[in-house]
Design a protein around this ligand. Structure first.
Ligand code: PA5
Length: 390
């Protein structure tokens, strides 16, 4: 399962071109592209797309990029109904991602959405709007894609789902959304080089983070909270939770990982963090420089008392919150780590993805568990299938 280690440096120009060409074809045909997948088969793409997208872009009519929406990550009937209602009258396509090709949630969503697409554009045209990303030889999705003649990408055998964001699993949806996958891969390759075994511990940030969090765990800090001060990082935290949760939580061991979104959660779980059970440590993910500026205006009446901030950027206030919060939390007995990203763009997100993957692998070994399997997720399936078949 170590294929992901060399993904960024080994991806070829031809690989990237094939992904870009497929993305261009979907972009030319579709106003909406549905990414069908669950867990590692969609969270990486969503993390990058949500981080880079204009938060309100999907509401615009004169968009230059297709809207990317997601399905197959839940079994909500209303969700699917509302998605199909939204799709009415729009040209759409589907990227169906499942490494095993047998996961119930995406299979169910795909069956329904494929039917809808074929109804609207006909079976022949639907084939040109569906892309399958799956195993090289096995699984129902592989068989279906071959039979129908869908464009197919392969997830290498030695790359597990949650480590697959730098394969077409992540790169195709990201390219469809209009972002630069070459810069993302470049950022990841930079981190691959800078966290390689040749880089000594004093310079190797993946090793340092792994050691610190595992030492904290040994000292009773059983919960790690990933905190961020930027709503655009919501799905980066969701991706992180999935990567670490499935990799570390086994054999009755492992840090439980949670995420908080500041400053919103400072008005909710901030109380627990400050004064609740002392079993947590906090890792703050921060962005040094926003991509845009909004100044605080002067106000003649100053009834809200904010004139002392006039002329300052909103981010200045956010930065002070980001500096003040860890001070308060450390005072309250919560150890704090900080991970800084200079700016939110493809290059730095690529670095972060690789950094977390590398750290997660090392952490698993420090914990003496196999970070690349997930035997525990089968338990719910066994019960669900026996209930479904009764
Ligand atoms: O990381 C993993 O292996 C899992 O989260 C899988 O990505 C997830 O269960 C989806 O599996 P599949 O791609 O086989 O449908």
């Amino acid at each position: 399962f170590l294929g992901w280690l060399g993904l960024p440096s080994s991806i070829t120009d031809a690989d990237l071109k094939e992904i870009e060409e497929t993305a261009a074809s979907l972009r030319s045909k579709c106003e909406v592209v549905i990414v069908v997948g669950i867990g590692g088969s969609y969270l990486g793409a969503r993390a990058v797309i949500d981080a880079l997208n204009n938060a309100f872009d999907w509401l615009q009519h004169d968009r230059k990029n297709p809207v990317v929406v997601y399905a197959g990550n839940n079994i909500g009937e209303d969700y699917l109904y509302e998605l199909m209602t939204y799709l009415k009258g729009k040209s759409f396509g589907i990227i169906n991602i499942s490494k095993s090709g047998t996961t119930t949630e995406p299979a169910l969503a795909f069956r329904i959405l494929k039917g809808e697409l074929e109804k609207v554009v006909g079976k022949e045209e639907a084939k040109h709007r569906i892309v399958a990303i799956t195993d090289a030889a096995r699984g129902a999705l592989h068989t279906l894609a071959k039979q129908e003649g869908y464009k197919m990408f392969v997830i290498p055998d030695n790359v597990g789902g949650r480590f697959s964001v730098l394969t077409p699993v992540g790169l195709l949806p990201i390219a469809v959304a209009g972002f630069n996958i070459r810069q993302l891969v470049e950022g990841a390759a930079y981190m691959e080089e800078n966290t390689s075994p040749e880089v000594t511990f004093d310079k190797n940030i993946a090793e340092q983070y792994a050691v610190v969090r595992n030492e904290l765990y040994k000292k009773g800090k059983k919960i790690e909270i990933l905190a961020n001060f930027n709503p655009k990082l919501h799905y980066v935290a969701e991706w992180w939770k999935q990567l670490y949760g499935e990799s570390e939580g086994k054999e009755h061991k492992g840090i439980f990982n949670a995420s908080v979104y500041f400053t919103a959660d400072l008005h909710s779980r901030g109380q627990w963090i400050q004064e609740g059970e002392r079993s947590i440590f906090e890792t703050v993910l921060s962005i040094e420089q926003p991509n845009h500026t909004v100044e605080v205006p002067a106000d003649a009446d100053d009834l809200d008392g904010l004139n002392y901030l006039k002329g300052k950027n909103v981010d200045f206030v956010n930065q002070m919150a980001a500096l003040g919060t860890p001070l308060a939390h450390v005072d309250g007995g919560v150890p704090n780590l900080k991970l800084e990203m200079p700016q939110l763009n493809e290059f730095y997100l690529g670095q972060f993805i690789y950094f977390f993957e590398k750290e997660c692998g090392i952490s698993g070994y420090l914990l003496r568990v196999n970070p690349f399997d997930q035997p525990g997720v089968e338990a719910y399936k066994t019960h669900m299938f026996s209930l479904l078949h009764t």
